[in-house]
Design a binder for this molecule. Structure first.
Ligand code: NAP
Length: 481
């Protein structure tokens, strides 16, 4: 069984106590990681801070490292997919998609490294200021700390690490305990691509121990966090005046209007509700369907859900694999059973074997039920009928969260009205809440957090703007100056 040590620079340190990493379908260990104690965490931050002070990569050098890393991820595709299938339980299809997306995140970060630009400030627009020239520079912050969740263990880590490097920072990563190996393999890729020693450190351990120690470390300038709202709030409290990017929880909604292409909507919603067994921050949890087509859409959805293959994620035909743990699968099962006891109607059967929960479609869900008012983060889709667009928009906005939403319609006025009135960071038209292109500005509002992912936008988060003013000699002003 392979053991992975923390990266405190180019070399892993293979010493100290280990924790097993479970295969999430077979429920047996397939790897182990060496856990970081307090001294190791301190050393990791110290190495990243020293590397920031000692080596400053030029933008073309950042481009070269990140481009090479993208090529290496492509070359190591099969190994990265195998690792991810084992440590997440996600299907081959889902893992292959994550690895391909990681390549795009690295490529885009490489490209953006070359164009991290400031702007001219038109100081001459103020009376008597034409002798001043103002412009801004984007300067790196120092050590960026990335704390990441289990549900995208390669691409989400890349979404923190690559823009941080592209903007000239160094990075310390603490991946989820469930999925540490993909992060270790990304570190190996980046060092093989020529990243200077110490520019990236990776430490393994729990959020409570390693995570909170990182949050308390004043040498860290910025926290790039993706995870639950509850943990995000605690990190934000610890970060104090330091800046953060908070990609937090969500209850994502999608609307199907009666004028929509219903077949398209049903196909996309099925994929968006159940890929990664529903463990995606933008998974469709609430689907609002206009009254006139409710029964038809319910029929189209249940037919598609019945065709989904559920079970072994290594089988190329499987669409829905296990959840991240048996405990999480039991929680989802219990929430659905309590909803059904309270009057919700199951449109597809609920079955659970170990961590595998069958994809569930429900109707007649009430606002006080957990599957309505809490983030399910599992393979559960609730259908709600509505009459007018305003009712649907009110339903979407009736949530503490605001990450992403979708609407299917053939009417541009309806689409535009929804885009204006839905309070989420992203509104997708003729797509579900769960569509994403890695270069786009992605992030939420309300309890879904703040700050944007997407390399160009994340680099702005992970750098600071410095104004430079040149005072020129006033007597040189004249025509054409
Ligand atoms: P989580 O439980 O919040 O954990 C996220 C990370 O935070 C893990 O590495 C965790 O460590 C660490 N952590 C836990 N307590 C901590 C503390 N006190 N201090 C510092 N770090 C701490 O989230 P998850 O279950 O892995 O992921 C699911 C959540 O992520 C969902 O709510 C989902 O919506 C959200 N998410 C949001 C987005 C987005 O873009 N908005 C994207 C993906 C996921 P350990 O777990 O290893 O102990």
């Amino acid at each position: 069984m392979n053991a992975f040590g923390p990266y405190l620079g180019r070399q892993q340190r293979l010493s100290g106590p280990t924790a097993p990493v479970l295969d999430k379908y077979r429920l047996e260990p397939f790897a182990a990681v060496h856990l970081a104690d307090d001294a190791t965490v301190d050393e990791a931050v110290g190495r990243a801070a020293a590397s920031f002070a000692a080596v400053s990569l030029t933008p073309p050098e950042r481009y070269e490292v990140l481009s090479r890393a993208a090529r290496l991820v492509r070359e190591r595709h099969d190994d990265l997919v195998d690792t991810m299938v084992a440590e997440t339980g996600f299907t081959l299809k889902d893992c292959a998609s994550d690895v391909s997306r990681c390549v795009q995140t690295l490529v885009t970060s490489a490209e953006e490294a070359k164009r991290l630009e400031g702007e001219m400030v038109p100081l001459a627009g103020a009376p008597g200021q034409s002798h001043r020239l103002g412009f801004t520079l984007r300067v790196p912050l120092g050590v960026v700390c990335a704390i990441t969740p289990f549900n995208s263990p390669l691409n989400t880590v890349a979404h923190k690490v690559a823009p941080a490097i592209a903007a000239g920072n160094t990075v310390v990563v603490k991946p989820s305990q469930y999925t540490p190996v993909s992060a270790a393999k990304l570190a190996e890729v980046l060092y093989d691509a020529g990243l200077p020693d110490g520019h990236l450190c990776v430490v393994f351990g729990s959020g409570e121990d390693v995570g909170s120690r990182l949050v308390a470390d004043e040498r860290i300038a910025f926290y790039a966090f993706t995870g639950s709202t509850q943990v995000g709030e605690s990190i934000q409290r610890g970060a104090g005046l330091r800046r953060t990017q908070m990609e937090l929880g969500s209850i994502a909604s999608t609307i199907v209007m009666a004028d929509a292409d219903l077949e398209l909507a049903a196909t996309k919603v099925t994929a968006a509700a159940f890929r990664k067994a529903g463990q995606v921050c933008t998974s469709v949890q609430r689907l609002f369907v206009q009254d006139a087509v409710f029964d038809e859409v319910a029929g189209l959805l249940t037919a598609r859900v019945r065709d989904l293959r559920v079970g072994d994620p290594r089988s190329p035909d499987t669409d829905v694999g296990p959840m991240i743990s048996v405990r999480e699968a039991e929680r989802v099962e219990a929430w659905v059973r309590r909803a059904v006891d309270g009057g919700a109607r199951l449109l597809t059967p609920l079955e659970r074997r170990d961590a595998v929960v069958s994809p569930v479609v429900l109707s007649d869900v009430r606002p006080d039920m957990e599957i309505h008012c809490r983030e399910v983060f599992g393979p559960v889709l609730a259908l709600y009928p509505f009459g007018t667009l305003d009712e649907a928009l009110a339903g979407v906005n009736d949530s503490p969260y605001g990450l992403s939403a979708g609407i299917f319609t053939s009417d541009i006025e309806t689409a535009f009205r929804a885009a204006r009135r839905i309070r989420t960071g992203v509104v997708q038209v003729n797509e579900t809440s769960s569509s994403r292109v890695d270069l786009m500005p992605f992030g939420g509002t309300k309890a879904s957090g703040h700050g944007k992912e997407g390399p160009r936008y994340a680099m702005r988060e992970m750098s600071e703007e410095r104004l430079v003013v040149l005072n020129l000699r006033a007597d040189e002003e004249g025509p054409g100056s």
